[in-house]
Every structure is written in structure tokens, then in C-alpha cells.
Ligand binder design. Structure first.
Ligand code: NI
Length: 172
């Protein structure tokens, strides 16, 4: 396994909608493993393939507490099948593609996600708590959506400008 470079704002790829995975093959499983290593190394609790520059519908997550056993999840073609109830959950979210930025976001608290597993089999996952939040955050990435989209247009433009300026000033 190896770690992969994570693309950051304002890379336009982050706004691209990712393509469905046709078949889970060795190459995609290797990508998933490298994404997990990249995520643990960062560290973060979730990563979408587009964040390493690959526009495929693939996400990896691990929301286990530091004291618990790791619980790596690999989901191909994840989609929200059902929002379970009206309850919401507020969480201060960060994003590995938007370094040093955090934002409180309110999302549905419980949901069911359908996906294809590492063996190529369709599965369903019922989630609440941090996993529910992280799944929605990562699935947003597959649709080109970022946490700054929860800001007003004015606030969002300010954040984007800051990252554009930092990118211009970064040593080549
Ligand atoms: Ni993110």
C-alpha cells in the first residue's frame, strides 16, 4: 500500500461528479487500500476517490474511536436509499481537501446507504452518529459537493479566494 497525494481547494476536479464503478477489480481494490492508508495517514475519518484525483464512485471510511479496533469500510457506488426519520445531527466537519477549515453542519441523523462491497456484492448499511454524518459528507464529494456549499455565497467566495491566493503563493 502507498499513500496518495490529496487534491485541495481550488482544484476544479473537486467539483466534478464521479462516474459509477462498473466492476470491482484488483486495480480498484488496490486504489481503495491506498485511499485507506492515505486517510489514516492524514488523519481523517473518510476519503472519496475524487480527493486523490480519481473520478470514480468509491469512498472509504473509518469512524472507530482511537481506543477501539480499526473498522475500515470500502463502499463502491454508495447511494442514500432512505433517510430514517426527521431527526438531525449537528457536527463540526472538516475536509482533507479544505485544510484548516471547519464548519458546523446539520444533516439527517439516521440513514440507510446502499453500496457494492469489496467482493462486488450489493449491501445495505444503516448508519447513525458520526458514521451517518461521514457517509453523507463523502457521498457529497462524489457529486462534486463540498462542505463550503453549506455557507452563504458570500462566505463561500471568501473561503475560495483565500485558497486561490494560498495556491498562487505556494512555492512551485
Ligand atoms: Ni471531505
Amino acid at each position: 500500500m502507498s499513500t496518495l497525494p490529496i487534491i485541495t481547494l481550488p482544484d476544479p476536479l473537486l467539483r466534478k461528479a464521479s462516474d459509477p464503478v462498473e466492476q470491482v477489480d484488483a486495480e480498484l481494490l488496490k486504489l481503495a487500500d491506498d485511499m485507506l492508508e492515505t486517510m489514516y495517514d492524514a488523519p481523517g475519518v473518510g476519503l472519496a476517490a475524487i480527493q486523490v484525483g480519481v473520478p470514480k464512485r468509491l469512498i472509504v471510511l473509518d469512524v472507530a474511536d482511537e481506543d477501539d479496533q480499526p473498522n475500515p469500510l470500502t463502499l463502491f457506488n454508495p447511494e442514500i436509499l432512505k433517510i430514517d426519520g426527521n431527526e438531525t445531527r449537528v457536527h463540526e466537519e472538516g475536509c482533507l481537501s479544505i485544510p484548516d477549515f471547519r464548519l458546523e453542519i446539520e444533516r439527517p441523523a439516521r440513514l440507510v446507504v446502499g453500496y457494492i462491497d469489496r467482493q462486488g456484492k450489493p449491501q445495505e448499511l444503516a448508519a447513525d452518529g458520526l458514521l451517518a454524518t461521514a457517509l453523507q459528507h463523502e457521498i457529497d464529494h462524489l457529486n462534486g459537493k463540498l462542505i463550503i456549499d453549506f455557507l452563504s455565497r458570500l462566505q463561500r467566495d471568501m473561503v475560495v479566494r483565500k485558497f486561490k491566493k494560498a495556491a498562487r503563493e505556494a512555492p512551485a
